[in-house]
Design a protein around this ligand. Sequence first.
Ligand code: SF4
Ligand code: SF4
Length: 435
Amino acid sequence: MSAAKPLTLINASSRNVQDILVGRFRRLSGHPKSSLRLEELTQSNRPKSFNDCQMYRFRSSPQSPSSAAGGTRDKELVRGAWRLAVTAPVLVKAGLFRAFDLAFLGLKHHEQTCVAEPQPKMNRFEQRLSADRLKLRRASLQTLQINVGRRCNQACRHCHVDAGPWRTETVSRPVAERIGQWIAEHRPPVVDITGGAPELSESFRFFVECARAGGLRVLDRCNLTIIEEPGYGDLPEYLAAQAVEVVASLPCYTAANVAKQRGNGVFEKSIAALRKLNAVGYGTQLPLHLVYNPVGPRLPGPQAQLEADYKAELGRHFGIVFNRLYTITNQPIARFAQDLRGMGKWDEYVELLTSSFNPSTIDGLMCRTTLSVGWSGEVYDCDFNQMLGMQLRNGKPLFLWDVTPEVLENQAVRTGEHCFACTAGCGSSCTGSLA
Ligand code: SF4
Ligand code: SF4
């Protein structure tokens, strides 16, 4: 008696759907329960194109009572696989699969291999939302956040962009012009320019002027030290003349902590830059907000208390004034992820984020009202998703000029386990805590 060759079903759907498929296959193929085993394929023996999927192989057992001869069993398996393929539309209709998940269901390579197009499995964040009966969908667009590229004059340890002076990715002029046209046509209330150090982009001033000409609010996510770089000394006057709101990173009011995260000398340059911004009216007539990131794998403390501490310390020691402090949780991605792994703190930090899930943060998550556009015009739900390559899709990768604010409204947000960083504790967004 020869053992039948394995029948492989590749399927990344929920466990329920897998169970339904196993049952259906057994019934249709006439195989008794004992003749099939479900094995999960390991990363090493799954096809490369299905790397992100759970894959299962149905293996028929040699002891199967229905397998008097291998040939008979082969025929049964083939018949069963075809029947399964025929019933797929029924499963789709019943809502067990989304139609595109079954774009390909049939026999492949060998008559005994049945392949179903993978369906992304529910990640832990989605499971958590589902357990609390929460949904994360986009609302009306408030902010277009443009990430102009990865170049930066700094290379901070917590950087979720992996930015640095050696990075070359930057928005080209033709792409910048298409983004400018979209802004003029759709008029998002806020245009938020980030990077890298956004001011290093040759298109930075183009974006500022394009949005301000339309009367839109413009935010510059400034790392402060860029103002101290040769050739950028006029930035405070330029930003003030354009009434750009400045959101500036300063992870602590002490030199030692800033040096730990951003490098030696950064604190001193940041203080010099803040003084120049104050001198042209920032912090008094024009909005100047500071951004705090924890130094190390911790959640930020209460925003109001930290803001009071910052104001007291920066005022007393340096005479600096500012408006609001935004506390932002470090995302366990890119350089901060490497840093966590290097310190052996990855699991601990991820556990901290996961166990600190706060459902009241969901309504205020920035991905509901922000559209993030990358340096080649591709779009994402947020800058973090951008760094993870989670581009918006509608059968194909989407670019800014493929979408309108109306089309995006009510669409599901693409999430991952990194999303726990936005929902931990008081929550975190580009404008600080949420709860
Ligand atoms: S955190 Fe900001 S300032 Fe630091 S390297 Fe990244 S983009 Fe540059
Ligand atoms: S990382 Fe945060 S902002 Fe981005 S999609 Fe997840 S929850 Fe939303």
